[in-house]
Design a protein around this ligand. Sequence first.
Ligand SMILES: [Zn+2]
Length: 535
Amino acid sequence: MVYSAFGHHQGVRLFKSIDMLADQGTGAAALAVDGPVPDAKANSPFGERLEDWRERLSETEWVPDLGRDIGSFTWLRGLATLGLLCGVAISALPDFGPIAGHEPAPLIGTQADYARSQMIAPLAYGSDTGMSMASTDAVRALSESPERPSIELVATLGRGDSLRRVLQRAGVAGAEARQVADMVAGTVKLGEIKPGTKIDVTLGRRPGKNQARPLDQLAFRARFDLNLEILRDGERLKLNRQPILVDDTPLRIKGVVGSSLYRSARAAGAPTEAVQKFLRVIGKQMSVSRDIRSTDEFDIILAYRRAETGEIEVGELIYAGIDRGGKPKAQMLKWNSGGRTNWFEASGVGQSRGELVRPTRGRTTSGYGMRRHPILRYKRMHSGLDFGGGYGAPIYAVTDGKVTYAGRKGGFGKFVKLKHSGGLASGYAHMSRIAVSNGRRVRKGQIIGYIGSTGLSTGPHLHYELYRNGRTINPRSVKFVERSELGGRELRRFKDELRRLKRVEPGAALGTLKSASKKPQSEREINRLNKALDS
Ligand SMILES: [Zn+2]
């Protein structure tokens, strides 16, 4: 054994234990340590050997510092001790596996049948719950199964669905469904009924088994402010309109901007989309981060509708304002002018509609300025931008305008010219096909033609020109911003609407509904009795 072979070599020990030092010290020190007093037992040969062995064992350093004298015998022994102790500790770790419990014996035969008759299992798993019994002689078979006198069901109008189809799906006969749809169409436009509308349908008793059930009753909410009911009156169907009172006071939310406009507005109860829209609208008028102070007040007005039945419809943002010291710093009102909604300042000036869009997707191949003409071979002015993009690629109107020329024009080939507001116009040459006609209005980004190589052209490309007051200008120099302006009667109507909105008290839309409060309270029996006593 390795251990005993080295056991005698005291020289292997590099450190002396404190006990040893004490033993080798002076007699006074030895006395102080109070060394073992030899007894009779120690004198016997076995006792002597035991004593000697115990002494050696106690002198051995079992837990040396493993960071020092790496590789020495003491170190190795220390490592072995550590390994041994770790091994013991790890072997004593409990097992984390599941603990086996009592397992009942599986049910078989009759026992299993009884147990199954009492269990409830999903039908999808093939449940055959319950005991079945054979019928006795007392059971008489029915000649035909009885039918329910009426069926009540709820049909839902889907997206792209029609009222007639919904009713037919619910079991209403085709002719009757058509009749109902015609009756409803006389009151509301069928396309205006919202998808997802629930229709309560009651079908009556049918005269025969192979006939459809007649419609007895039908009710649904046709509009936010209208309930429709169709009732059977003998042979005929009768339509009942039940208008629902709706309060459309807009929802106004005001508050101090504080550290974050977004958070303050959200905390004041404005919906997320409304705050985002507000920031976009205001952001076009001023820098939200630089120009708005924390002491400013935000003013948000949303379209809002409440029905007396309790439903709420939160609409879009209609007014966005920033007030400073009680005076408006920015006020923007949404306004529909000429079929297009835009945001207008309180003065009636519209918000900028942004810059020009690229006339085609391809990249610029030639810029504006003096150059040698590729066909005519002499230096002349190139009065526009050339775009590549390939034959047949679409060409877009750079902004809203009116077509003032559409057709062949000399070296320009097939050419379109658009007139825009602010004395600006744009021209598109060498088209393969023109997609607009003279006099037509075009919108920004609308396709007006396709790239070609008509006229004086070396290959398919778009020659694009921009004019100001009739003269060509470098299209790249223009960062033009279009602003619409309201005038005359429209401006008056705009200002009236703005005044009306600003008169709305914040939170006015959240008060009790006027119509609901007008309703007479149903009198309780106890009050009626008291009244009789009073009189
Ligand atoms: Zn060109």
